[in-house]
Design a protein around this ligand. Structure first.
Ligand SMILES: NC(=O)c1ccc[n+]([C@@H]2O[C@H](COP(=O)([O-])OP(=O)(O)OC[C@H]3O[C@@H](n4cnc5c(N)ncnc54)[C@H](O)[C@@H]3O)[C@@H](O)[C@H]2O)c1
Length: 448
């Protein structure tokens, strides 16, 4: 065993416990920025890395670009030494590097690891012996060992390799998934247990010591692949159960049964049932995407993930189901969709957040426009909306006092600041995809 390597491990553990360890977080987005602030709260000196110069600039001026993170929190972090940078050479100053970059699907619905590989290629030349590198981006089992480790080793200018134990002078690598639930304040962030899989026990223990300083509980597992799979299981579980209630909603509508009432009754069972709710389709960076990372990987093992594919089919069809219901509700009132005015309430993919990635609203707007409707939207979190990866809306939020000039108002996102009785009172027709009008009895409401 090399004493020098063992010393480095002991030294990093000491630096973590004494809060002297320098923490670098790559990707200052919805996951990376809150994580940086948590470490900063614990008095670590944190450096945020991002390739987006506007984000770097905003953070260094004490500003924010995520609604639920007030600028005061960034300012406070800056007082504890937080800075942002786009300069990868500064990776060399870090004791711990946590990678929180996007993992979307490409145009063929296959994993796009380019953000991870880009980050690792840029970091590798600056990685140093005894440094701990943790991948946090959601991905398929095998990414850390099969993609991250080889790139780090290939790109390291000192020829260092991944250290699997104390006896090697290399860097340590681990995977630990994020369990962010934007807009959900029911559990304090530090009470969310952190699952950790290391490339070897030393990496695992160092990662556990790092996260143990900001989370109350760490859950070590045997390998990075087990940790990668844990995250996917959690999200696939949600995806499949949401598909189940989305399918049952369609059946219940035909049978004249109120599924919302049924779910409320079922969830009184004190064991063996967890309530999931139907909606207009999946949204966000996780549930519509992550399961397909596993489907893709499964093909390498000549295996078809049928539950995931079926759930995807049902969930992806939900925006079409909503549009059919809008058309039917309008035609029952003697109105054709083509040429009519439709107001979409809510662009965000879920209540009370400022994130519209993969939002079903975007698909619904596109489908309505294709059918000739004049579509506008209202969303308190998006005063304007421009060009995205898959859409080009270039629209401005319409004030709610203009509701009377629309033929139909569609509730796609049930933001809590909406006055639903007021909306129903002003609208000619309300199509409610979220059961947001529960308890309001009015002939102009159609729930679907
Ligand atoms: N958003 C969530 O609620 C959530 C929850 C759990 C897990 N995750 C996972 O966490 C990961 C990050 O998601 P997010 O929502 O924070 O994404 P995001 O898009 O909000 O943020 C990612 C950031 O990474 C930056 N970036 C991209 N490439 C970079 C590079 N090469 N170097 C430095 N910065 C780079 C982007 O500019 C952006 O600021 C994803 O894998 C996602 O699946 C997200």
């Amino acid at each position: 065993m090399s004493l020098a390597s063992l010393d480095k491990t002991i030294e990093l553990t000491r630096r973590i416990h004494s809060r002297d360890a320098r923490i670098g977080i790559v990707g200052m987005g919805y996951v990376g920025l809150p994580l940086a602030l948590l470490f900063s709260d614990e008095r670590f000196r944190v450096t945020g890395f991002d390739i987006d110069p506007r984000k770097v600039d905003t953070l260094n001026k004490g500003g924010t670009y995520i609604v639920r993170i007030p600028a005061a929190e960034i300012d406070q972090a800056r007082e504890h030494g937080f800075t942002a940078t786009a300069d990868y050479a500064r990776i060399a100053e870090m004791d711990v590097v946590i990678i929180c970059v996007p993992t979307p699907l490409d145009e063929h619905h296959e994993p796009d690891l380019s953000y991870i590989t880009g980050t690792v290629n840029s970091s590798a030349p600056h990685a140093h012996g005894g440094q701990l590198i943790i991948l946090a981006s959601t991905t398929y089992p095998g990414t850390t060992e099969e993609v991250v480790v080889p790139l780090l080793e290939k790109g390291n200018s000192s020829g260092l390799r991944v250290a699997r134990d104390d006896s090697s002078p290399g860097f340590y690598v681990a995977f630990s998934p994020e369990r962010e639930d934007p807009g959900n304040d029911s559990v304090a962030r530090r009470d969310i247990p952190k699952v950790i899989g290391g490339c070897g026990p030393v990496a695992r223990d160092l990662a556990a010591a790092t996260y143990g300083s900001i989370f109350n509980r760490t859950v070590p597992v045997s390998s990075p692949a087990a940790a990668e799979m844990t995250k996917l299981l959690e999200n696939i579980y949600r995806c499949v159960n949401i598909a189940l209630v989305n399918e049952l909603k369609q059946l219940c509508m035909r049978m004249g049964i109120d599924l919302a009432e049924v779910i409320d009754a079922a969830k009184t069972k004190p064991f063996g049932f967890q309530a999931f709710y139907p909606g207009p389709g999946l949204g966000g960076h996780c549930i519509p995407i992550d399961p397909f990372y596993l489907s893709w990987k499964a093909r390498e093992f000549d295996f078809r993930t049928r539950f995931i594919e079926l759930a995807g089919e049902i969930n992806n069809a939900m925006p079409y189901f909503v549009v059919e219901n809008i058309m039917e509700a309008m035609s029952r009132r003697g109105k054709a969709l083509c040429g009519s005015r439709v107001l979409i309430l809510g662009l965000a993919y879920k209540r009370d957040i400022d994130d519209l990635r993969e939002s079903p609203s975007l698909t619904i707007i596109e489908l309505l426009q294709k059918r000739g409707a004049h579509v506008e939207y209202n969303d308190p979190f998006f005063p304007t909306v421009g060009q995205g990866r898959k859409y080009a809306l270039n629209m401005t939020s319409t004030p709610l006092n203009e509701i009377p000039r629309f033929d139909c108002v569609v509730i796609v996102t049930d933001h809590s600041q909406y006055d639903y009785p007021g909306i129903v009172a002003k609208a000619k027709l309300v199509v409610d995809t979220r059961n947001a009008t529960k308890g309001i009895d009015a002939p102009n409401i159609v729930r679907c």
